[in-house]
Design a protein around this ligand. Structure first.
Ligand code: ATP
Ligand code: MG
Length: 564
């Protein structure tokens, strides 16, 4: 049976798995699951959980199930189920034929509940939600027993059956575990197992009008699927005694629950409730808004599954709460994009340059390197002609000392092309600069001067006649605060929304090789960052690019300073 081998443990969960394999627990099998509730889209925090669960299964030659924890029909929708399936697949994980739903087990869970009633370990309670709360006690005071706690097994069975048959309205009764109203752990004070809810379920329709709680569902579902390690986040630590109690009371196969600290990221909110609010109130354009740290938002922004998986592996797994620096996520992204992205030239805020000594009709095809990190990616031809665009901010009429780019009378290099000198600045009636008149040096073709003279700057450019027009969207953090929840008194996180998180630039000029760019294609626009074709709004006639990330690696820079 035992096909798993202990492996060098890189984190505390893998140490536990190793130990269980060594001691022969669970027949040496390793079987995990990722159990999302389909009440929203997955975010980067879920990616951590996915990478842990599927990663451990992969590392030990085990299995990992995808299981929808769909016990609350009021908040769950097919749209979310579909998106979760798409996102886990996109991240690169495979559950083979093991796609499950907690709702598949409603029948079995009902039988389990009956079994606990028969054992005298569960009872039907007629207390209102308010009465339940009142009797619950506090962290320092014990609770009080429900007056319905000592009903006979027969009466409990009868009432539970009638709950199921739809005889009672929502909230009229619950089924509760009979544990201990004086337990120091509030979760153990006769917790609710079943509630009445006359609501249609996305999968079971109107078959049920009572639904099991998360606590009564999760462990039993793990047990039914033969899960060995039920890995979840720290907020379930206090639920573990209840997880264990249900399984022991039922006397069924007992997986082991292990908790780890959830991922927190600076400038980012992960709670689905808040993400819902951002979408509903129109602060973003949808769950897949490229500023959202949902997996679909990140995909649209240009994140790769490799970058996200790498990030999740490198942040590690621990029990202590921590906040990961957003710049580290971007660092992992750049590492991946640097390897795979083609370099291109694009001008976001164009300034016209006329080379007065370049022939009117002439066009040259110059060689440009596709990726200096990877020679195999080859070279391409870039057209050059008399009228070009450069970046507006690469020119200053009256430059300060440290500005080395183009200025009147100054010489710079145009990437892959020639040296040029600015001779004249043309302005319109409002004193706005509209054109530069420059001369090029034909002897510097390819970007080097035969006489060895140097220039201090190399600019990117695009030939005006050949340029492709595009819209480019630049993004910044959605929130201005590292902790978006830290809002002024009386306000919520929306007070911290960054009004400049999206900047739309139209009339950007791209080199013509970008005309074939397809949805999701990734590029580095030289000196500007990594960009991808927007999967929703881009058309061949009107291309739209998203900036995935800039080139400035704040994380690497901070590391370098720390090392000094
Ligand atoms: P949220 O708090 O964002 O609403 P959730 O925990 O309610 O998320 P579930 O669908 O229940 O969302 O989560 C599925 C799995 O993902 C759970 O095992 C949960 O512990 C894990 N998970 C959720 N958020 C994070 C996070 N930030 N870091 C790591 N794991 C997470
Ligand atoms: Mg949850």
């Amino acid at each position: 049976m035992s096909d798993a081998e202990p492996r060098p443990s890189t984190d505390f969960i893998r140490s536990i798995v190793n130990e269980d394999i060594r001691t022969g627990k669970g027949d040496g099998r390793v079987h995990t699951r990722f159990p999302p509730e389909p009440n929203g889209y997955l975010h980067i925090g879920h990616a951590k959980s996915i990478c842990i669960n599927f990663g451990i299964a992969r590392d030990y030659g085990g299995k990992c199930n995808l299981r929808f924890d769909d016990t609350n029909p009021v908040k769950e929708e097919q749209e979310y189920i579909d998106s979760i399936i798409e996102d886990v697949r996109w991240l690169g994980f495979d559950w083979e034929d093991r796609l499950f739903y907690a709702s598949d087990y409603f029948g079995t869970l009902y039988e389990y509940a009956v079994k606990l009633i028969e054992k005298g370990k569960a009872f039907v309670c007629d207390q209102t939600p308010d009465e339940v709360r009142e009797c619950r006690g506090t962290l320092t005071e014990p609770g009080r027993n429900s007056p319905y706690r000592d009903r006979s097994v027969e009466e409990n069975i009868d009432l539970f059956e009638r709950m199921r048959a739809g005889e009672f309205p929502n909230g009229a009764r619950t089924l509760r575990a009979k544990i201990d109203m004086a337990s120091p752990n509030l979760n153990m004070r006769d917790p609710v197992m079943y509630r009445i809810l006359h609501a249609s379920h996305p999968r079971t329709g109107d078959k049920w009008c009572i639904y099991p709680t998360y606590d009564f569902t999760h462990g039993q579902s793990d047990s039914i699927e033969g899960i060995t390690h039920s890995i979840c986040t720290m907020e379930f630590e206090d639920h573990r005694p209840l997880y264990d109690w249900h399984l022991d009371a039922l006397g069924i196969y007992h997986p082991r629950q292990i908790e780890f600290a959830r991922l927190n990221l600076t400038y980012t909110l992960m709670s689905k409730r808040r993400l819902h609010q951002l979408v509903k109130d129109g602060h973003v354009t949808g769950w897949d808004d490229p500023r959202m740290l949902t997996l679909c938002g990140m995909r649209r922004r240009g994140y790769t599954p490799e970058a996200i998986r790498n990030f999740c592996d490198r942040i590690g797994v621990a029990k202590a709460d921590s906040v990961v620096d957003f710049s580290f996520l971007e660092h992992c992204l750049r590492e991946d994009l640097n390897r795979r992205a083609w370099r291109m030239m694009a001008v976001l805020r164009p300034l016209k340059v006329v080379l007065t000594n370049y022939p009117e009709e002439k066009t040259e095809e110059l060689d440009a390197v596709n990726n200096p990190e990877d020679e195999a990616m080859g070279t391409r031809k870039v057209p050059f002609s008399r009228v070009l665009y450069i970046e507006r901010e690469d020119f200053m009429e009256d430059p300060p000392k440290k500005f080395y780019r183009l200025a009147p009378g100054r010489e710079v290099r145009l990437r892959y092309a020639y040296f040029i000198i600015c001779d004249e600045v043309v302005k319109d009636a409002n004193e706005e600069i509209v054109e530069l008149r420059c001369t090029y040096d034909p002897a510097t073709r390819g970007g080097d001067a035969p006489d060895g003279r140097k220039v201090k700057a190399t600019l990117h450019w695009v030939s005006a006649e050949h340029a492709l027009d595009a819209e480019v969207r630049l993004y910044d953090h959605l929130f201005t605060k590292e902790n978006p929840d830290e809002a002024p008194k009386g306000q919520d996180f929306t007070a911290n929304l960054n009004p400049d998180s999206l900047e739309v630039l139209s009339g950007c000029k791209l080199e013509p090789s970008l005309s074939g760019a397809k949805s999701g294609d990734l590029y580095q626009f030289e000196r500007l960052g990594y960009f991808c074709v927007d999967s929703k709004d881009s058309t061949p006639a009107q291309p739209v690019f998203n900036r995935t990330v800039t080139l400035k690696d704040a994380w690497a820079k901070a590391q370098a300073i720390e090392r000094k």
